[in-house]
Design a protein around this ligand. Structure first.
Ligand code: 1PR
Length: 541
């Protein structure tokens, strides 16, 4: 017999389900892993977090003999909770991977978001739920948003209406949660949806203790609705001169104190700060291992440990960057970029961010006339973990020219003329933490990495970093208008107004800041309140 407070987890090894495990543990439950089809049949409660691509997931389930066991379990109305792909697989089929069959339990097909509607795809971030019925699963969520990350979605139809528990809006209505009897599934990630998400998981695990409240009114008390613009807290991490990993912060990428000591600035401990930002309402937390370009990250066990510890208590998405590239260590052992990334995912990262290596990959891509051979880190990680798991961090620096003809690069007419009165500028990509400029511009890089399979762009700006005078609007506008994938504006936030400015004037989907949060100059809640009062949707709970 199953032990009390034990839930069975179907992890078919295609991606990171560490955060689901952490969330279950946080609620005081233990996990039994499915090792054979009989474990599915014998489960009291089964959680199925789908990760990776649709076709690959179906193939693995088939090979292990799980498909029939799952169908039988669900058709017998036993307690089941599918997450993300774990919802999509219940439908008849998906357009993903050129078309594949699903389990066929719910009528309808899973399709790609329509990119012609001008919305960034993947759909990443915190969105509102439109609850169709009262339920123990969702009613505790109330009016709070939940976290989505996906490029494909199911659509509510008259044929599947008996299943649809909640929908969400993104260029049209899509299925956010389904339910029939004891069978539930959500397109969103409860394990990444903060306190609201933990309430959803509790609603599944402990339905007897959870009341089905009436669905909240859809007007949200008049606040702006829909996909929230994300506010991300960033922790630049490196070893200080005594070898401890600390959160540091530079001005224009210089992280050392001025004056005779020249020490690496220390703004706190990474795990502690990540926990603080989760409590204060950050929509995501990003760790950048800023010396990763020279140190081998798998040799950097403290960073993996930071991630493990942070992910135990932080239930919003975690991104980690720095040193994601192939590497041969001193003993001659070779690691692919995919292996390095896999280690970060296993330790609790939801996304990895690639900096220098993306610039080299794009140089080769441009030299080859845009040919793709699948060998770059971006392609490899995107293929296995999905585009949404691959963020490209760009470190550009402004270069002034008198006229567009003076450079082959993408220029804009700038409102901030250069030192010699130059009217135009472009943004040069750099590698190694800004130490070396390359012959690639930020717009070129963004388009190329999108084509190579990246899911998101973290757009820093060396000139504005740490200056506190606002984001580089011209840069953010140029890059976010050039790609479909979401762009995170970064560098220069000094006040809540800088966030509303970048969202009003550009297509940025998120904005990231470091210094103002570390120094407690502006609370995250003040940024969110300001955004909402400016008519920009922001998640406040
Ligand atoms: O090249 O793949 O090993 O990745 C290295 C990563 O480390 C890149 O993502 C790169 O941006 C980052 N990095 C390298 N050196 C520095 C540095 O500061 N010396 N930090 C660095 C980048 C920029 C932002 C910062 C924002 C907001 N820091 O992360 O947090 O500018 O700051 P603000 O709000 O205080 O203005 P690879």
């Amino acid at each position: 017999a199953a032990r009390e407070r034990e839930v069975t987890l179907l992890d078919y090894g295609a991606g990171n389900v560490r955060s689901v495990r952490n969330a279950i543990k946080k609620l005081g439950w233990t996990i039994k892993d499915v090792e054979c089809a009989a474990d599915i049949a014998n489960a009291d409660k089964l959680i199925f977090p789908g990760v990776g691509a649709f076709g690959q997931a179906m193939t693995i389930l088939e090979q292990r003999g799980y498909t029939q066991a799952l169908k039988d379990y669900i058709q017998a109305d036993r307690p089941f909770f599918g997450i993300c792909l774990g919802l999509q697989l219940l439908f008849e089929g998906s357009e993903e991977n050129g078309g594949c069959q699903g389990m066929g339990l719910i009528p309808g097909a899973v399709t790609h978001f329509d990119v012609t509607k001008g919305l960034p795809v993947p759909h990443i971030g915190w969105n509102d739920l439109l609850q169709k019925h009262p339920s123990t699963l969702l009613s505790q969520v109330g009016d709070r948003r939940v976290y989505f990350v996906h490029s494909y979605h199911a659509t509510p139809t008259p044929q599947n209406s008996e299943w649809v528990l909640a929908t969400s809006e993104y260029g049209g209505e899509f299925v956010a949660a389904v339910r029939r009897g004891n069978v539930y599934a959500t397109q969103f990630h409860p394990e990444k949806s903060g306190a609201a998400g933990l309430d959803v998981l509790r609603g599944f695990l402990e339905p007897e203790a959870t009341a089905a409240l009436p669905a909240p009114a859809a007007d949200g008390n008049g606040r702006p609705r829909g996909l929230a613009k994300r506010v991300i807290a960033c922790l630049d991490v490196r070893a200080n001169d005594s070898g401890d990993l600390v959160v540091t912060k530079g001005d224009q990428y210089d992280v050392r104190e001025t004056g005779s000591t020249g020490e690496v600035r220390n703004l706190g401990m990474p795990v502690e700060l990540a926990g603080r930002y989760f409590d204060e309402g950050a929509d995501e937390v990003t760790f950048l291992n800023i010396t990763g370009f020279r140190d081998f990250p798998l040799g950097d066990l403290p960073m993996l440990e930071v991630l493990r510890q942070a992910s135990e208590g932080v239930f919003v998405p975690l991104t980690v960057g720095g040193g994601i590239r192939e590497f041969t260590d001193s003993s001659g052992k070779h690691y692919s970029a995919l292996q390095v990334a896999a280690e970060y995912f296993r330790s609790g990262a939801d996304k990895v961010s690639i900096g220098s290596d993306a610039v080299y990959a794009v140089e080769a891509y441009l030299a080859g006339g845009g040919a793709k051979d699948g060998s770059t880190a971006i392609e490899q990680i995107s293929r296995v973990y999905g585009a949404q798991a691959v963020v490209i961090s760009i470190d550009p620096r402004r270069v002034y020219v008198a006229a567009p003809e003076d450079t082959p690069h993408h220029t804009v007419k700038t409102s901030k003329p250069g030192p010699k009165g130059e009217q135009y500028c472009w943004w040069q990509c750099t590698v190694k933490g800004g130490r070396e400029g390359r012959d690639v511009d930020a717009v070129q890089l963004a388009k190329a990495v999108e084509d190579l399979g990246a899911g998101e762009i973290l757009l820093n700006c060396i000139d504005n970093d740490g200056v506190g005078q606002g984001f580089d609007i011209e840069l953010t506008d140029a890059v976010s208008a050039a790609v479909t994938i979401p762009v995170i504006a970064s560098s220069g936030a000094g006040a809540p107004e800088h966030f509303s400015e970048v969202f009003h004037k550009t297509r940025a989907a998120a904005a990231l800041a470091a210094g103002i949060f570390h120094r407690r100059e502006v609370p995250i809640s003040a940024v969110k309140a300001h955004l909402n009062s400016s008519g920009i949707p922001a998640r406040t709970a």
